[in-house]
Write a protein that binds this ligand. Structure first.
Ligand code: GLU
Length: 455
């Protein structure tokens, strides 16, 4: 069976690094198994879902290198949920309840006061058809609960009923269904909560693996019971730890902080973001991987730690610099050309500057340094020295040895050495007191620019 996974965000905001982490875990699992990645937009909450968020999610995934084989929208699949709900109702597994939130609240408090767990007591199951008709005549509409399989023959005599699964991240898991309330699957107005549509889609779209945050562990126990009630084999589940901010708070889609869009706008490389998102909170060292295949090769869901993982955006610049430093020129050729670097100079230019970049966009400033116009920085004390240096500038063609040959000649001519020799040259040629190796920059700057900057 083809490994098939899904990422199922609600398009109610921009996805943040924690959401992207779930998407990446799924995408990497698919990659490791030549499988398929499906994007499912959980847009049943029509009041909060927006098309622009759906578009942004697709764009953010694409930026990270994730291209879904198909995109599904739950809002277009309601007929499937209706059919499944009907099937459960016919089997007596989805039953109508009429309690108001206030009534439920009072009942929970009473149970707590008596030392009982605050689970729903299934009173609605006791209603006769006359009683139901009377409630409906009062104008009450039912919401529908799923009858959890936590009893032998009498639903009022629950007994310990462990749902177990081998979790890809957490190992053997057991949740006692007797500790849970029968979940509401359908609201008074006929719309569905997340629980049922997700299962129906996972069955219909043939998901083999469901990897999501550990905030869904309790849902999984219920959903496994629903898979079985619908006659389907549940998929393999994995629940990964959640990300927190550096100060330990949870991430929120609404806050906009750490959104993928904002990280992209900061000029970070997608693989920097992906590498940190995936490797943080695992047993692997956090280091930048060149592409998703390399990340997939070093990633194992069972190595994801159980404790929350702290995501510190302050780690990103250094990681980005390391990534850029190791990128081959061929991988950035087109981007350098787009910044204005002539195609035949991209290789030499990248060799010169890649080690000095924190963000790729900084390469534009270095190209400006190379090609000019540039205001040389010349201290009064150095003016004569620089004029003399110009007189011994070698003839072109220039290569990686030219700098050495020239500075040896300047040393012989002026008697200067060390910093007193190199710093005035650097400041005149680049306008800065720091930067890439001049041996590499000089041939790119060229003889005419060099002469212009020395006087
Ligand atoms: N829309 C759900 C969420 O964002 C999907 C959970 C799941 O993966 O099943 O939490």
């Amino acid at each position: 069976m083809t490994v098939t996974v899904r990422f199922a965000p609600s398009p109610t905001g921009h996805i943040h690094i924690g959401n992207a982490r779930t998407a990446l875990f799924n995408a990497l699992l698919a990659r490791q198994n030549q499988g398929q990645f499906v994007l499912r937009l959980d847009d049943t909450d029509t009041a909060r879902s927006r098309e622009e968020y759906a578009d942004a999610i697709i764009a953010d995934l694409r930026w990270l290198g994730i291209e879904p084989v198909r995109i599904e929208r739950q809002s277009a699949r309601v007929a499937l949920y209706d059919a499944a709900a009907e099937k459960l109702k016919e089997a007596g597994l989805l039953y109508p309840c009429y309690e108001t939130p206030d009534e439920l609240d009072r009942r929970r408090k009473r149970r707590r006061a008596r030392g009982l767990p605050p689970v729903y007591d299934r009173s609605a199951l006791k209603l006769t058809s006359e009683e139901r008709a009377a409630l409906e005549a009062e104008g009450r509409k039912p919401h529908w609960r799923f009858l959890l399989p936590n009893f032998e023959s009498d639903p009022f005599e629950t007994r310990r009923s462990d749902v177990t699964w081998m979790d890809l991240c957490r190992g053997e898991q057991a949740v006692d269904l007797a500790s849970l309330s029968d979940p509401v699957l359908q609201r008074e107005d006929g719309t569905y909560l997340y629980t049922l549509p997700s299962v129906v889609d996972d069955i219909d779209l043939a998901m083999t693996h469901v990897v999501r945050g550990e905030d869904h562990v309790a849902n999984t126990a219920v959903q496994i019971a629903i898979f079985k009630a619908l006659g389907a084999e549940p998929p393999v589940f994995g629940h990964h730890n959640l990300l927190t901010t550096a100060s330990g708070e949870g991430l929120s889609k609404r806050s906009g902080a750490l959104s993928i869009g904002s990280l992209r706008e900061q000029g970070l490389e997608p693989m920097t973001v992906a590498s940190l998102a995936v490797l943080i909170g695992t047993s692997e060292a956090v280091e930048p991987k060149a592409d998703l295949d390399a990340l997939a090769a070093s990633f194992d869901l069972s190595g994801v730690s159980r404790a929350p993982a702290r995501f510190d955006p302050a780690d990103l610049p250094a990681l980005n610099a390391r990534l850029l430093h190791h990128l081959p020129a061929g991988a950035v050729r087109d981007r350098l050309v787009a910044l204005g670097v002539p195609a035949d100079k991209t290789e030499a230019f990248w060799a010169a500057v890649s080690g000095n970049l924190e963000r790729f966009g900084d390469a534009k400033d270095w190209w400006q340094v190379v090609s000019g116009p540039l205001t040389p920085v010349i201290e009064a004390d150095d003016a004569e020295f620089l004029k003399t240096a110009a007189t011994v500038l070698p003839a072109e063609p220039w290569d990686g040895e030219t700098w050495k040959a020239w500075t040896n000649a300047v040393k012989a001519e002026t008697g200067r050495k060390g910093k007193g020799l190199f710093m005035p040259l650097r400041k005149a040629l680049t306008g800065l007191d720091h930067g890439p190796e001049l041996a590499r920059l000089l041939p790119l700057i060229g003889r005419q620019n060099t002469l212009d900057r020395l006087s």
